[in-house]
Design a protein around this ligand. Structure first.
Ligand code: NAD
Length: 250
């Protein structure tokens, strides 16, 4: 049990990677506070957790990470319910792809709000408790695209690069008074989830061809990386951006 009795918040917990992560955390003994904007996605997570006999440690929260008031309320409630917050997985994310000249202001604002401001909102609300406890682990979802850019993803790549900046800043800032708070980011390549389902088959085939491990990633691949960074196994790792892409970029 690698997360025995650790209280873990996962955002975007009803999505592809978020659901696999929440289920894996429950299997590893965590108490999971699963947050998502989608009620249906959370219901599907609850159903799967029940089928696997893991529902006992699960509590779900309908939460829009862009709403600061709501975030504060839910995080306070999670702390009151469980008595601690050990892990925050800032996993919620969206895309709204368009070439630069065609990108509308609302497409820019939408993606910036969820992927960047959402991570800020969640971390600000949770850091208060982690600082009080003197420990914690925060893992943020960046992307390969945040490091290398991608055609049609001006908004998304800006947010994922921004997440790396916040990760490194918080790794320095949250330890100022000696707290053992670690902050890391993951940078997945292409993972099979509802987010990448929208991409044309031809693009996915090209990606697989260019990937040394000759496949795209599964949500469970990413869940295991989140698990490692959430757990004490990574106790001397902070401020890092860990790639998980089958070798697509070497
Ligand atoms: P997904 O679309 O399957 O899941 C995202 C989840 O976030 C959904 O359940 C959605 O309801 C939720 N969500 C959206 N807006 C929200 C909001 N405002 N508040 C709370 N929840 C919200 O996506 P995924 O592929 O599982 O991606 C998870 C994370 O990994 C994202 O941050 C994504 O950018 C990142 N990522 C994914 C890939 C990939 O190939 N799938 C690659 C790199 C990075």
């Amino acid at each position: 049990m690698r997360l025995k009795d650790k209280v873990c918040i996962v955002t975007g917990a009803g999505g592809g990677i978020g659901k696999a992560t929440t289920l894996l955390f429950l299997e590893e003994g965590a108490k999971a506070a699963a947050c998502d904007i989608s009620k249906e996605a959370l219901e599907s997570l609850e159903k799967e957790a029940t089928e696997k006999g893991l529902a006992e440690g699960l509590k779900t929260f309908i939460l829009d990470v862009t709403n600061r008031e709501e975030v504060k309320k839910v995080v306070d409630e999670i702390y009151k319910t469980f008595g601690s917050i050990d892990v925050l997985i800032n996993n919620a994310g969206v895309t709204k792809d368009q070439l630069l000249l065609r990108m509308r202001e609302e497409d820019w604002d939408f993606v910036i709000n969820v992927n960047l401001k959402g991570v800020f909102n969640m971390t600000q609300a949770v850091a208060k408790y982690m600082l009080k406890q003197g420990k914690g682990s925060i893992v943020n979802a960046s992307s390969l695209v945040g490091v290398y850019g991608n055609i049609g993803q001006t908004n998304y790549s800006a947010t994922k690069a921004g997440v790396i900046g916040m990760t490194k800043t918080w790794a320095k800032e949250l330890t100022l008074r000696g707290a053992q708070i670690r902050v890391n980011a993951i940078a997945p390549g292409f993972i099979r989830t509802p987010m990448t389902e929208k991409l044309p088959q031809k693009i996915m085939e090209q990606v697989i061809e260019r990937t040394p491990l000759k496949r795209i990633g599964e949500p469970e691949d990413v869940a295991r990386l989140y698990l490692f960074l959430a757990s004490d196994e990574s106790s001397f790792i902070t401020g890092q951006v860990i790639g998980i892409d089958g070798g697509l970029v070497i």
